[in-house]
Each structure stands twice: as structure tokens, then as C-alpha cells.
Design a protein around this ligand. Sequence first.
Ligand SMILES: Cc1cc2nc3c(=O)[nH]c(=O)nc-3n(C[C@H](O)[C@H](O)[C@H](O)COP(=O)(O)OP(=O)(O)OC[C@H]3O[C@@H](n4cnc5c(N)ncnc54)[C@H](O)[C@@H]3O)c2cc1C
Length: 470
Amino acid sequence: VGPEFLSKLGEVVGPQSLVTEPAGKWVYGYDNSRRHAEPAAVAFAASAEQVRRVAALCCQEGVSLVARGRGTGTTGGAVPIGGGVVLALERMNRILGTQADDRLMVVEPGVTNEEVQREAARHGFFWPPDPTSAAFCTIGGNLALNSAGPRAVKYGTVRENVLGLRAVTGAGEEIKTGVYTTKGVVGYDLTRLIVGSEGTLAVITEAVLKLTPLPEAKRTVRAIYSDVSAAARAVARIMARPVTPCALEFMDARAIDLVRLHGAADLPAHAGAMLMIEVDGPGACVDQAAGLVMEAATDEGLIEIAQARTQAQLDELWEARKALSPALRHVAPKKINEDVVVPVSRIPELMAGLEDLARRHAVTIVNFGHAGNGNIHVNLLVDPDDSAQMGRAERCLSDVFDLVLKLRGTLSGEHGVGIEKREFVQREIDPVTLALMGRIKAQFDPRGILNPGKLLPRQAAGAATASPDS
Ligand SMILES: Cc1cc2nc3c(=O)[nH]c(=O)nc-3n(C[C@H](O)[C@H](O)[C@H](O)COP(=O)(O)OP(=O)(O)OC[C@H]3O[C@@H](n4cnc5c(N)ncnc54)[C@H](O)[C@@H]3O)c2cc1C
């Protein structure tokens, strides 16, 4: 990237919106994976037209372009490992309109998830995707990673909650995908192709979000089991009943210990696993729904089951659940945090297999997550200064992925592939399918400028594009 390119880039976004000095660029070079790479420049886009012109310029000059929301992603997706331009979308943060009668909201990509929820709530709605990072992460990041949280078990992920997009391809062309309606079957479904594509196919410049009315009431149940397999059996039973919880969260014994540290002192000492089950709906129905779920949650390994009685108890439970990930990072700064998914009926086998792998590799594993989707956060606690332990952890992780795939699961439910899981993708997706994905990528991004080095394994990404891939 030379001065001439930077000067053209400055003409597109304006000199005030171009950062080329090292200190300013540094902070746009990392994400929550704690990886870092320095871009040649950071450009702040103010409009879809600027995004289009930046992409066209990068395509013409063969310069990498990495879209960035707020850098809270955990797999290195926003880290500019190929150098080039980081296109920061945080200033495109307007809510363009809310149409309550049509249950939709149109937004720019830089608005945060929390701002969307606040605006939706003013109209009596919510947007179902609810990552724990909602206060900071952007809708663009949510869409690019198909991010979700506890509510996905009932309301789905981003893919089920977005109607259409405006986006800019790697050739600098603006495209419009999807509809403003809740049905529509004209053309290929590019909306759901771009969602989850991690900024490798197009830069999203606008999204039509599908809203859901806020429930009138909620009930939260805490169920404690003697062991993990009893809790896992209960999850499969709950999910087979007609009342689908709006959250079905799981914690193993080590995660419960962390919750105790967070102040939940009333958890029994011999608790081997815990479920947090939430139901929502009309005020007149939720008590009955909670009763049905409690019945389904009853297993011979059940130690205790109760509804949260006060708002304070409820807040404490959710705070503890949401504090788990940061608390673990405090215990083990270099924890390996995976977000594997298996079919719900295979959770008991997953849990038994993880226990076995932890023993065999002598690695501490802490598990919690969105059990209703079979999406378990598997955390390998490691000390980066202990090279023998790091080696064991890497072998253990490889075995964890094999176990998940053997159970017909998938490597990631919400964090995405990014850099971290890129070379494992071919264990899940066969070569013919991967080659087709490479050709699709080449159609959207003929010079391979968009987020090189992410998502598709090297051969698939390289085969179909003249990628500046590292
Ligand atoms: C404390 C904490 C809790 C978290 N909890 C959850 C959770 O519960 N569930 C969950 O799913 N994730 C969670 N995450 C991960 C992260 O917050 C989400 O993945 C989030 O969606 C990322 O948004 P972002 O704006 O920070 O995106 P970034 O990190 O900036 O980017 C993520 C990816 O999206 C691409 N991208 C960003 N904007 C665009 C755009 N406009 N067009 C095309 N591509 C784009 C980037 O290139 C990159 O590949 C958590 C992270 C933290 C730090």
C-alpha cells in the first residue's frame, strides 16, 4: 500500500476519517481473540456509497479489506492479518426506521445490539439475537457471525431474524438481498448466505431486522442435578415437549464453582450440574408453562428444582451466568474457548466424552452454554507458560473436535471460524462442497480482497480466487 493509494482512500472517506499513524491504527488491529496485526490504514465509513467506493478502490488495487464492527469477535475475524485496509463501520450507526405494523426495523451496520433492543422495546418488540456482548457489539458483527445467545433456543439465531440486506461485494458492487415481508421466495437466498460469512463475501451496509413482540411475562427455574448426565437427559426431555423454553442454559460442576464465587452461596455443595430454564408468554399462561417444564426437568439425578422467587434472585442467576466467560478468563487468561454444537439427544455422550478427554490429556475443562440448542462452550484452562500443558491442550482440542463431529455436531455455533478454526473446517466439510464454497467466494470477491485468511481453509480460498491470502 503506497502513498498514492492512501491519498485516493482519503479522497473517498475524507482526511478526517482516515487513520494512518501507528498508534491510531493499533487499536483497530485486534479483537477479543487477543490476536493483533497492523493494517496499512483504518478508514471510517459514513455511508453505503463510501463503502462501495472503498471496496471498488481496494479491488482495483488488489488491497485487502477487513470490515470491522467493534472488535468483540473471539476468533480473530476482524484482525487484518493480510494488512490492507480496516473499514470501521462504527460511524454508520443510525436506526433508519421502525415499522411496528410490519414488525421490522431498518438499521445501519454500526448500531449496537443494545441500541436496537432499546429502540425495539419502545415499540413493544425485541430483536431475538442476544449475545452477552450486546452493549458493545454491532449489528454488522452479529450478522457477519450469525451471533446469538440464550434466546436462540426458542426464537432462532440471526438467520431466522433478518429479512434483507444491502451489501457491497469485493468487486465494489452494491447488492440488495431479501424482502420486507415475512415470506418471499424470489431468487436465491443471498441474505442467509451473507449472514455468517464473516465479511468474506460482502460488507453489509444496511439490514432489515425482523422484530418479535415482547412477551408479557417470564418465569425462571433453577434445576440442580447430581451429575452432568442427569442434566443432559433432562435437556433432551424438555426439548421434546410442546413448551419450548426461551432459555435453557447449562453449567457443569466447575462452572457452578465459579457461580458460587460470584456470590450465589445457596448452591448445594454436591451440585454436579445446573440448568437455568426460562419460559415466556402471555401472563395467564406462564405458570402453567413453568410447571410443564419443571415436570420434564425431573430426573432421578435431580437434587433440587425451584422457580426464582424474587427479581433479585433472578438478576443474580443471570448475572452469574453472564459473568462466567470473563470469570474464566480471569482464572485462566489463555483459556481455549470453543462453542461446539451437537444434536440435543447426543449431549449426554458429548459430556461423557469430554470428561474422558479431560482425564486422558490431564487438562481441566469447564463446560457451560446453551444446552437447548446443544451449543456447549467447552473451555480448556491452560497456562501459557507451561509448554507441556499447552501441547496436551492442543491435542485435547483436536480430539474434542473429532468427538463433536462423530456425534454429528458442528465446530461452532456462534463464534464462527475466523482464523482460529480455519484449518479444522475440512474435518467438517468435504472437499467437493468446500470447492463449491470457494467458487461462490470468487463470484462475490473476484480478487479475494475481502477478509483474506479467514473462514475457508487455505486451499478452498486460494483455488478459486486470486487471493492476497496470507
Ligand atoms: C464478553 C463477550 C461476550 C460475548 N458473548 C457472545 C454471545 O453470547 N454470543 C455470541 O454469538 N457471541 C458473543 N461474543 C462474540 C462477539 O461479541 C460477537 O461475535 C459479535 O457479533 C461481534 O460483533 P462486533 O461488532 O464486535 O464484530 P467484530 O468483532 O468487529 O467483527 C466480527 C466479524 O464480522 C465481520 N464484520 C463486522 N461488521 C461487518 C459488516 N458490516 N459487514 C460484513 N462483515 C462484518 C468482521 O470482518 C469479522 O469477521 C462475545 C464477546 C465478548 C467479548
